[in-house]
Design a protein around this ligand. Structure first.
Ligand code: C2O
Ligand code: CU
Ligand code: CU
Length: 483
């Protein structure tokens, strides 16, 4: 109901599914569960419980009539079932690992207790093959989030494990339709299998693994049915390992309502009508269906330049008369989330410098180049200390505002992601942001300098890394302690 595309689902799963609700995770009321001690206000509504199984599966990712692809999947589907949570209501998920290797689930963008964050060796022990792990948390923010493994990430995510996680507002905001597009890219062999070689050194040193087939909710080049006059909330989730996107909606003036799950203070039309979305980022758009009944409008991606532009999908208007004759000029506003506002009067300041890459100077990184260790990238703090691991690079006193200056000294783009927090992007290259956005993943272009700030109210050791997964696993990551 929330998507035009069926996820690519294995036949076994289809046979098991009874009627509707194939896509929706079974959210059942759970009585008598222990309350989760959390720092966030909780509603008295009943907790929701799901079970998620990570296992190999085989799905028609290349399209119907083409060979199936052996994948790793959540509940036999690529992407996994849409998880729908409610803001302020407890959520429990039992994750069963039926893979041949360890895994964990990371609830990307959710401000949750540290031991629920899903980072093996930092916040929990990895879930071993054959065993289960029970996650429990109360999402404080409504919005568009996602889930993915945080162990063997390049391979498990690259082979299909990712899914949308939607936290619903207590009151529906009033759209006619709620659409989710989980964007993923793949490299197939003619027999349907993935081109081997996830997490190679070459890809790690360059831009990461960028696939040649792009899917929306597990299906390639499917038109999206639209009815004239509709007001659509379109939730974009970039679940690619490394591909950036810049989407253009021909004939439409889309407006950005939320970034990384956090509503913007004032909705805006993206510059040049290009919706930029880096790996791991989410953009909620207001798509007012101003097109003509019966017409078709392409959605294209021109991030990598005009020579590499491709058509992602087509908005296919039905012949039905418009749902309403006049679309209001004013956007639909989403209620702001309870993210504490940074106190910039006396912040704790730090600087993090991103170094490395194929054409970057490897100077200062020799110390990390242990034999066999893929330390291609690194992060350096204000005291010239290199760090690319799980040892905290610095500690922020609990409750203080942190102001971190990020410097990209490389010639590559990096979507930098902080776990456990939504931060405010204050400035870029010395210019203050006019409307500072709150997000969990900020893009640094080559040589960019970006300042972010957040109230360190969530204790624990939190990962901070590039979300080009091959960059993360080859050193572009560190850990920030809040205590
Ligand atoms: Cu979605 Cu540590 O990442
Ligand atoms: Cu995360
Ligand atoms: Cu990167």
């Amino acid at each position: 109901m929330m998507t035009e595309f069926p996820a690519a689902i294995s036949r076994r799963r289809l046979l098991q599914a009874t009627g509707t609700g194939v896509l929706a995770a079974s959210i059942l009321p759970d009585h008598g569960v222990a309350a989760v001690p959390g720092q966030f206000p909780q509603s008295r509504a009943k907790a929701a419980t799901v079970r998620i199984t990570a296992a190999p599966a085989s799905v028609p990712l290349m399209g119907t009539g083409k060979p199936e692809t052996p994948v790793l999947a959540y509940d036999d589907a690529v992407p996994g079932p849409v998880l729908r949570l409610r803001q302020g209501v407890q959520f429990h998920a039992t994750v069963r690992n039926r893979l041949q290797q360890d895994t964990t689930v990371h609830w990307h963008g959710i401000r949750l207790p540290n031991d629920m964050d899903g980072v093996p060796g930092l916040t929990q022990k990895a879930i071993e093959p054959g065993s289960d792990f029970r996650y429990a948390f109360t999402p404080p923010d409504a919005g568009t989030f996602w889930v993915h493994p945080h162990d063997h990430t390049a391979e498990q995510m690259g082979r299909g494990m990712a899914g949308a996680l939607i936290v619903e507002e207590p009151e529906p905001p009033g759209f006619d339709r709620d659409l989710i597009w989980v964007l993923q890219d793949w490299s197939f062999q003619p027999d349907g299998r993935f081109v081997p070689g996830f997490d190679t050194t070459m890809e790690a040193a360059m831009s990461g693994r960028i696939g040649s087939v792009i899917t929306i909710n597990g299906a390639a080049s499917h038109p999206v049915a639209v009815r004239a006059g509709e007001r659509i909330r379109l939730r974009l989730i970039n679940a690619c390992l490394a591909r950036f996107m810049a989407l253009r909606f021909a004939g439409h003036r889309v407006r950005v309502l939320a970034l990384d799950g956090q509503p913007v203070a004032r909705p805006f039309a993206p510059r040049d009508g290009r919706v930029l979305i880096a790996p791991a980022q989410r953009v909620d758009l207001l798509l007012d269906a101003t097109g003509v009944p019966g017409e078709r409008y392409p959605v294209t991606d021109d991030f990598y330049g005009s020579g590499a532009t491709y058509r992602l999908t087509t908005l296919a208007y039905s012949a039905k008369p418009a749902l309403r004759n006049v679309l209001p000029a004013t956007p639909i506003l989403l209620p702001l989330n309870p993210v504490p506002k940074p106190d910039l009067s006396r912040p704790v300041r730090h600087r993090l410098t991103l170094l490395g890459g194929m054409s970057g100077r490897m100077a200062g990184m020799a110390m990390m180049a242990d034999e066999g260790d893929k330390a291609i990238w690194g992060i350096r703090d204000s005291h010239d200390k290199m760090n690319n691991g799980m040892t905290p690079i610095f500690t922020i006193p609990l409750g203080r505002t942190a102001l971190i200056r990020l410097e990209n000294r490389t010639t590559f783009w990096h979507p930098m992601h902080l776990h456990g927090y939504s931060f405010t992007v204050l400035s870029r290259n010395g210019v203050a942001e006019r409307y500072p956005h709150v997000r969990d993943t900020v893009t640094l272009r080559p040589k960019d300098q970006v300042e972010i700030a957040f109230v360190a109210d969530n204790p624990g050791d939190w990962m901070f890394h590039c979300h080009v997964i091959e960059h993360q696993s080859s050193g572009l990551m560190t850990t920030i302690r809040v205590a």
